[in-house]
Design a protein around this ligand. Structure first.
Ligand SMILES: *[C@@H]1O[C@H](CO)[C@@H](O)[C@H](O)[C@H]1NC(C)=O
Ligand SMILES: *[C@@H]1O[C@H](CO)[C@@H](O)[C@H](O)[C@H]1NC(C)=O
Ligand SMILES: *[C@@H]1O[C@H](CO)[C@@H](O)[C@H](O)[C@H]1NC(C)=O
Ligand SMILES: CC(=O)N[C@H]1CO[C@H](CO)[C@@H](O)[C@@H]1O
Length: 449
C-alpha cells in the first residue's frame, strides 16, 4: 500500500506536460495531463472521457479540462511526441462490422468471420512487401478476418516494441518501430479487404503481457491475477488501451478489440492467488469492456479468452471451472459483443481429439444460441500435419452444422524474403495439405451465412 502511494505521488509530479502532441489526449474525465495542443492541432471533445488533439482547426473544443482529478492513483502512460506517420484513420472507409443476433453484419449484409491468426504481422519488423505477401496467402485461403497482437510490452528499448516500461513509468512507442508497425499492418489489411481483431495484452509472457505490468508497477513476486484486481495496474492498462483505441477510433479495418489473449488466473511463470476464481476475470472483463465502449462506439469488443466452461461436477479440465473463465457468465456481459473460444485438445490433455473438439464446438454453439450473440472459435489447432486435414474437416463440419458464427485457425504461415513466418507446429503454409481444406471451408461458411 505504502509503496503504491509513493509511486503514484512520484509519478504525478512527472506528468506536467506543456502541450499534447497531434493525436495525443488533451482532456477528459480523470485526465491530469496537458489540456492544450501543439500548434497546427486543436483539442476536440470526443466524449466525456476523452478529448484529443486533431490536426487543423475544429469547432468543438474540450470543456473537460476543469473536470476534477479522479481519486484513483493512475499510472500515467504518455505518448512520445512524434505524430503518426501513416493514415491511422480513414474517414472514407466502408462501415464497421456489427452484430445482429448470433451473426456479424457489414453495411447491413452478413459478414462471415473466417480466417487465421497472424500475431507476428506487426511484431517481426517485416517490410511492407512481406506483410503484403503474408496477407495475400491469407486472402487466397478465403479468409475475411485476421487476429493479431496490438501489444508488445518491454523493459528495454530494442527492435520493435509498443510499450516501454521503466519501473512504474510506461511510454507508448508511436514511432515507426512501435505503433507505426500496427499502422502499416492496418493499411495493408485494408488494401487486401481484410478485417482485424486486435488483442491488447497477453496472459502469457510472449511479447510481455500482464506480468510486465504487475512486476514493473508492484515489484516481482506478484500473483498473476493481481493484474485483474490491483487498481493501479488496472489504471495503467486502461491508459495503454485508451492510447491504442483512440488512435484507431474511426478505422473500420479493425473489426474488434480483445481485452487480452487467453486471460486466466495463472500465467506463464506466475501463479494464481489462492482466492482467484471466475468472478475475478468476469468483473475485470465487465469493467474493461465498459471502459472501451465509453471511448469507442465504433468497434466490437470481446475478451479473447479460451472459452473455458464452469460446469458443476464436471472434472474434465476445460469444463471444470478451475482456470478462471466462465464462458457462459462472461457472454452475458452487456458490453461484450461476442464470445470467443479456443480449441487445443493436445495441450489440454484430451486424447480423443476429433470427437472431443466437435463436442467443445457444439457446447459453445449452444451457449451462443442461448445468449443470442455471435461466438467464434478464434484459435484452434493440432500439430500433426498428416491427420490435420481430416480433423479440421470434421471440426469445420461441426461449425457449419451447429450454426457457430465463425472460426480462425491458429495460425497462418507464409514464406517471406528472409524465411518462413514463425511456426510453433501449427502454422499452415500454402503448401500444407490443410490449406485446401481451409479454402473449401471458407467458401462453405460464406455460403451458409
Ligand atoms: C471520428 O469520426 C467522428 C465522427 O465522424 C469525428 O467527429 C471525429 O473527429 C473522428 N475522430 C478521428 C480521430 O478521426
Ligand atoms: C470469488 O472471489 C472473490 C474475490 O476473492 C470472492 O469475493 C468471492 O466470494 C469468490 N466467489 C466464490 C464463488 O468463491
Ligand atoms: C500423426 O498421426 C498419425 C496417424 O495417427 C500417426 O501415425 C503419426 O505417428 C502422428 N505423427 C506424430 C508426429 O505424432
Ligand atoms: C499457452 C499458449 O497458448 N501460449 C501461446 C501464447 O501466445 C504465443 C504467441 O504470442 C504463442 O506462441 C503461445 O503458443
Amino acid at each position: 500500500m505504502i509503496r503504491t502511494t509513493l509511486l503514484a505521488a512520484a509519478l504525478l509530479s512527472t506528468t506536467v506536460l506543456a502541450q499534447s502532441p497531434v493525436y495525443g489526449q488533451c482532456g477528459g474525465q480523470g485526465w491530469t495531463g496537458a489540456t492544450t495542443c501543439v500548434s497546427g492541432s486543436t483539442c476536440v471533445l470526443m466524449n466525456p472521457y476523452y478529448s484529443q488533439c486533431l490536426p487543423g482547426a475544429a469547432t468543438t473544443t474540450s470543456s473537460s479540462a476543469t473536470t476534477p482529478p479522479p481519486t484513483t492513483t493512475s499510472v500515467k502512460t504518455t505518448s512520445t511526441s512524434s505524430a503518426p506517420t501513416s493514415t491511422a484513420s480513414n474517414p472514407t472507409s466502408t462501415g464497421f462490422v456489427k452484430t445482429s443476433g448470433t451473426k456479424f453484419t457489414l453495411n447491413g449484409s452478413p459478414y462471415t468471420v473466417v480466417g487465421s491468426n497472424a500475431y507476428w504481422l506487426p511484431l517481426m519488423g517485416y517490410s511492407t512487401a512481406d506483410i503484403n505477401t503474408a496477407l495475400t496467402d491469407i486472402v487466397n485461403s478465403g479468409a475475411t478476418t485476421v487476429r493479431t497482437w496490438g501489444f508488445n510490452e518491454v523493459t528495454s528499448a530494442n527492435g520493435i516494441y509498443f510499450h516501454l516500461w521503466n519501473g512504474a513509468t510506461a511510454t507508448v512507442n508511436t514511432g515507426a518501430n512501435g505503433l507505426g508497425m500496427l499502422d502499416t499492418v492496418i493499411a495493408a489489411a485494408k488494401a487486401h479487404g481484410i478485417r482485424l481483431i486486435i488483442a491488447l495484452t497477453n496472459n502469457w509472457s510472449d511479447y510481455g503481457g500482464m506480468d510486465v505490468y504487475t512486476q514493473q508497477i508492484l515489484g516481482s513476486g506478484q500473483f498473476h491475477d493481481v493484474f485483474f484486481t490491483n487498481p493501479t495496474v488496472i489504471s495503467a492498462f486502461k491508459s495503454y488501451v485508451q492510447t491504442v483505441v483512440t488512435r484507431y477510433l474511426n478505422e473500420s479495418t479493425i473489426m474488434a478489440w480483445e481485452l487480452s489473449n487467453e486471460p486466466r488466473c495463472g500465467g506463464s511463470n506466475t501463479q494464481a492467488s489462492p482466492t482467484c476464481n471466475n468472478t475475478v476475470i468476469t468483473n475485470w472483463a465487465s469493467e474493461m469492456s465498459a471502459f472501451i465502449k465509453s471511448i469507442d462506439k465504433n468497434h466490437l469488443v470481446a475478451i479473447g479468452d479460451e472459452g473455458f466452461m464452469n460446469v458443476p461436477g464436471d472434472f474434465d479440465y476445460p469444463y471444470s471451472g478451475t482456470i478462471g473463465i466462465d464462458f457462459v457468465a462472461n457472454l452475458a456481459i452487456p458490453t461484450l459483443d461476442f464470445g470467443t473460444f479456443h480449441l487445443y485438445p493436445g495441450s489440454w490433455g484430451e486424447s480423443n481429439t476429433e470427437p472431443w473438439g466437435a463436442q467443445w464446438i457444439t457446447d459453445h454453439a449452444t451457449a451462443m444460441t442461448n445468449a443470442n450473440k455471435p461466438v467464434i472459435v478464434e484459435e484452434f489447432g493440432i500439430t500433426n500435419s498428416s491427420t490435420r486435414p481430416t480433423v479440421y474437416q470434421e471440426w469445420y463440419s461441426t461449425v457449419i452444422s451447429t450454426g457457430l458464427t465463425g472460426d480462425l485457425i491458429w495460425q497462418a504461415g507464409s514464406q517471406l524474403t528472409n524465411g518462413p513466418t514463425p511456426n510453433d507446429g501449427y502454422a499452415i503454409f500454402p503448401t500444407d495439405p490443410s490449406y485446401a481444406v481451409l479454402k473449401a471451408h471458407a467458401a462453405a461458411l460464406k455460403a451458409r451465412g
